[in-house]
Design a protein around this ligand. Structure first.
Ligand SMILES: [Fe+2]
Ligand SMILES: [Fe+2]
Length: 181
């Protein structure tokens, strides 16, 4: 694998890994503040970021050893409203800045596995940002998010609040595979 694509995949792995943990922490905070459905959204999205980190890791299956990894990592444990804004900002950075640049390099270098992993991620991050936005609107009015089951596609990290989809709209995985939170 070309060095630049390797670097980018490792950085994306780092960013996704840290988002995975950050959302678990912010989910606990949402529960404490009395927003259990926002907490479930954080948990489902935490697991979506684990899906992305795993895709990136697997795309680098032939690369061994330890590397210093440079990644964006948001910090701050404040109110759930502010945490949701932090989540939105992170997702928007990923789909407007990070992944478009990384995908362009991977396409130029004809790194097909890397392109596939990062294209799943970029499309899912757009959905994550939108859903965190809906959650923030509710929380800013003092309400919890409204949703029955929050569904995660374990193949690509897509999340649904309604369950209205037949198959995954991003990767076409069968709906029976979706995990409910
Ligand atoms: Fe995300
Ligand atoms: Fe999917």
């Amino acid at each position: 694998m070309n060095a630049m694509t390797q670097d980018n995949l490792r950085s994306a792995f780092g960013g996704e890994s840290m988002a995975h943990m950050r959302y678990r922490i912010w989910g606990e905070k949402a529960n404490k503040e009395g927003f259990p459905t926002v907490a479930r959204l954080f948990l489902a999205t935490s697991d979506a970021e684990e899906v992305h980190a795993t895709l990136h890791f697997n795309a680098m299956k032939d690369i061994k050893g330890d590397y210093a990894v440079t990644s964006m990592a948001g910090f701050g444990l404040t109110s759930t409203s502010e945490n949701l804004q932090g989540a939105i900002d992170g997702e928007v950075f990923e789909y407007t800045q990070m992944y478009p640049a990384y995908i362009a390099v991977a396409e130029m270098q004809e790194e097909k596995a890397a392109v596939r992993a990062m294209k799943y991620a970029i499309e899912a991050e757009k959905v994550h940002a939108e859903l965190f936005g809906i959650a923030k609107e509710a929380v800013d009015k003092g309400n919890d998010l409204e949703a029955k089951d929050i569904l995660l596609c374990p193949i690509c990290g897509y999340i649904s609040l309604t369950g209205e989809e037949d198959n995954c709209p991003l990767c076409n995985a069968k709906k029976e595979l979706f995990i409910a939170y």
